[in-house]
Design a protein around this ligand. Structure first.
Ligand SMILES: Cc1cc2nc3c(=O)[nH]c(=O)nc-3n(C[C@H](O)[C@H](O)[C@H](O)COP(=O)(O)OP(=O)(O)OC[C@H]3O[C@@H](n4cnc5c(N)ncnc54)[C@H](O)[C@@H]3O)c2cc1C
Ligand code: SF4
Length: 326
């Protein structure tokens, strides 16, 4: 591993100041993704600015019912928090479906959102990859893409976003709080992560040096009955092949409102906006859930080895909604 300087920031402004004008510096959260990438030579920062103590590690309810989660909150603490478990069970389930207990104890909310893709070519510096070396090509299109994207990908990149937590946050319509060079601002989810287009090296809309300080969840009473379902190759320690985060608001057997997002299918946590609008006002039946899933997945463009993900995503979505409805 290349030698690096380690610094510890004590507050958000000084963290942002430490990265200003330094393209060779990076923030360090729990280090569970970044340190792996440094060992592999994929990330080569000269300076690491530890921000685990520079952002809040608290989870606080506001007067209007929103929930503010500090970017320094560890994944384990988020999943175990009684308010999260009661009001947003899909979020607690999504976090618990990821990694291992030890990794969740280290991983932070900010770092989880910005973890990099698990595409095997991206993690191997000996291979071409448009994400780590723009213009070098995308061998995954012709090579190993079984677990890569089926929707929203481009000729430049077919990678998927790996975070389970981000799928739940996209479904819930979270707001990401950022401290940047020009001060604080917010970005909605979905909206933090971007489709690859012809710039797959940019995972998000963040500018260099932007620090995630918190994530805010809206008061969403019907999210108290919500679910995260993840399909993976092993029962633990495996990323999603396909996942679904969903919440249903029902009245007399009719869908009054809903929130749905898919994981493991795109370069972003995929908010299923077409399925949601098809379901609002529709009877909460398996037939309507199937119709909505088909509408959403009509835009899927699978590659030869991952076409199985389309019926898989459809079936997981229909089953998750059916369980919520019952
Ligand atoms: C074996 C293994 C299995 C895993 N399985 C899963 C899984 O199934 N599902 C899943 O979702 N995840 C999984 N993970 C990934 C894990 O969840 C992430 O590594 C972790 O969430 C990253 O958080 P961190 O705080 O350690 O981030 P770090 O590694 O410290 O940082 C990650 C990135 O975020 C940046 N960063 C960190 N904090 C901030 C901030 N506040 N503002 C701006 N930038 C910041 C860093 O510069 C870096 O680029 C797995 C990891 C491992 C090692
Ligand atoms: S899919 Fe994206 S990350 Fe994977 S090799 Fe292609 S460009 Fe690189």
């Amino acid at each position: 591993m290349r030698p690096f300087e380690y610094r510890r920031a004590t507050d958000a402004r000084s963290a942002v100041g430490a990265l200003r004008g330094r393209a060779d510096a990076m923030y360090l959260g729990g280090g569970t993704n970044l340190v792996d990438l440094m060992r592999l030579g994929v990330a080569t920062p000269a300076v690491l600015v530890d921000v685990s103590g520079a952002t809040s590690d608290a989870i606080e309810e506001s007067g209007d019912g929103d929930l503010l989660i500090g970017a320094g909150v560890r994944n384990s603490d988020l999943a175990a928090h009684p308010v999260v478990r009661r009001r947003y069970p899909m979020l607690a389930q999504a976090v618990l479906a990821g990694a291992s207990g030890q990794i969740r104890n280290m991983a932070t909310v900010g770092g989880n959102l910005l973890q990099r893709t698990r595409c095997s070519y991206f993690q191997d510096v000996a291979k071409p990859c448009n994400k780590h070396r723009p213009g070098s090509g995308c061998p995954a299109r012709e090579g190993d893409h079984r677990n890569l994207a089926i929707i929203g990908h481009s000729a430049s990149c077919v990678a998927t976003h790996p975070s389970d937590m981000a799928v739940a946050l996209a479904a819930l319509g979270a707001t990401v709080h950022i401290e940047g060079a020009d001060g604080p601002r917010t970005v909605p989810m979905p909206g933090l992560h971007r489709l690859p287009g012809d710039e797959p090296d940019r995972d998000t809309v963040l500018e260099p040096g932007d620090l995630i300080t918190a994530v805010e969840l809206p008061a969403l009473p019907f999210a108290a009955v919500s679910r995260y379902r993840k399909v993976r190759d092993r029962a633990s320690f495996a990323f999603a092949v396909v996942s679904v985060a969903a919440a249903l608001d029902l009245a007399d057997g009719v869908v009054r409102d809903c929130r749905i997002a898919l994981g493991g299918v795109a370069h972003v946590p995929w908010r299923a906006a077409m399925a949601e609008s098809a379901l609002r006002g529709a009877p909460a039946t398996a037939a309507e859930f199937s119709r909505a899933a088909d509408l959403e997945l009509a835009a899927a463009r699978p590659l030869p080895e991952n076409a199985f993900k389309v019926p898989l995503a459809r079936n997981v979505l229909v089953r998750t909604l059916s369980e919520l409805a019952s």
